[in-house]
Design a protein. Structure first.
Length: 320
């Protein structure tokens, strides 16, 4: 007996819903990878001769404890968790003294381009259908990411006298993070505003680690944390039901502060929860099995000391 069209439709809907849950779990796990950027150059992956990837375990644990809020709060939650890790691990040797610039800008730009392109699937693909809402999310992602890159390098130009390609890449990530929670609820003008604010505020925020004394190796706090917060607050101000009738109107559309207050409360509670849980896990690891390499290993370099390899063999030529 042939099954009815309605039954097949229900099966498809169930499969899509299952895939949606799996997608959100994958997003949660991927968000945790941002935390790896906090402790590069000083984190211990081994205890004695036993390979124990405590950093990966920490990321999984922290993300699993934050999975209920990561869908809309991935940037804010990651930024708060990164700050907790930076406090527990302490500063790298040479922090504030030695320049710690990226060693290969072409690879930085290649990675940023891959993220920029992939973010279209990340945001627009969350609709799980080719719809006007998916198209709106994709357009908003492009606008916010580009505008954040622009505002970041404008801040750089006024602050340091030069606009850098690293600033373009960093701004792009800040904009992508910021628009992620808002992409299905604001119009393109709203995305433009969120992107401009996210790029400028994140460019300012990444310099705070030198003044406030926490060592965030890859600026997860300044880019993900601040960018995500801007996007969450942007919903409370710029959201409109003309884009998504399942959402709510923000301050500019409704004249009411309700949604903005909700967004502020959710952002604060998420950051507090994520910071406390991550700090507790990291502190327990530090006090039990250790969380950081010896100073000699850190100065020599983890690639050479632990993995017996190097990204570049400068001055050595081998014919193969």
């Amino acid at each position: 007996m042939q099954r009815s069209e309605g039954a097949r439709g229900r099966d498809l809907g169930s499969a899509l819903q299952t895939g949606r849950v799996d997608l959100l779990r994958l997003i949660a796990e991927g968000t945790g990878l941002a935390l790896l950027g906090v402790f590069v150059h000083r984190h211990a992956w081994f205890v004695g001769d036993v390979p124990l990837p405590w950093g990966a375990a920490l990321v999984v644990a922290a993300v699993s404890l934050r999975c209920r809020v990561v869908r809309a709060q991935q940037g804010t939650g990651s930024g708060a968790a990164a700050l907790a890790l930076a406090f527990v691990l302490g500063k790298r040797d040479g922090f504030k003294r030695d320049p710690m610039r990226p060693h290969n800008m072409p690879l930085v730009l290649l990675g940023a381009g891959m993220l920029w392109f992939g973010w279209f699937g990340f945001n627009a693909g969350s609709a799980l259908q080719a719809s006007s809402l998916a198209a709106s999310a994709m357009i908003n992602t492009q606008i916010a990411t580009a505008c954040a890159s622009l505002s970041w390098i404008i801040v750089e130009k006024f602050r340091e006298g030069s606009a850098t390609t690293l600033g373009i890449a960093s701004g792009a990530i800040a904009g992508a993070v910021a628009i992620t929670p808002a992409c299905g609820f604001v119009n393109p003008i709203g995305a433009l505003v969120i992107g401009l604010i996210a790029g400028a505020t994140s460019a300012w925020a990444v310099t705070r680690k030198f003044k406030w004394g926490y060592d965030d190796s890859l600026d997860v706090v300044g880019v993900h944390g601040v960018g995500g917060f801007v996007g969450m607050i942007g919903i409370g101000i710029l959201a409109t039901k003309l884009v998504n009738d399942a959402g709510r109107d923000g301050l500019f559309s409704s004249g009411k502060f309700d949604l903005l207050v909700n967004q502020l409360t959710a952002s604060f509670l998420t950051a507090l929860y994520s910071f406390c849980v991550t700090y507790l896990i990291a502190y327990l690891i530090k006090k039990t099995i250790g969380f950081r390499v010896d100073r000699e290993v850190e100065i020599t370099g983890l690639d050479t000391s632990i993995h017996a390899e190097s990204a570049y063999d400068v001055g050595i030529y081998t014919a193969r």
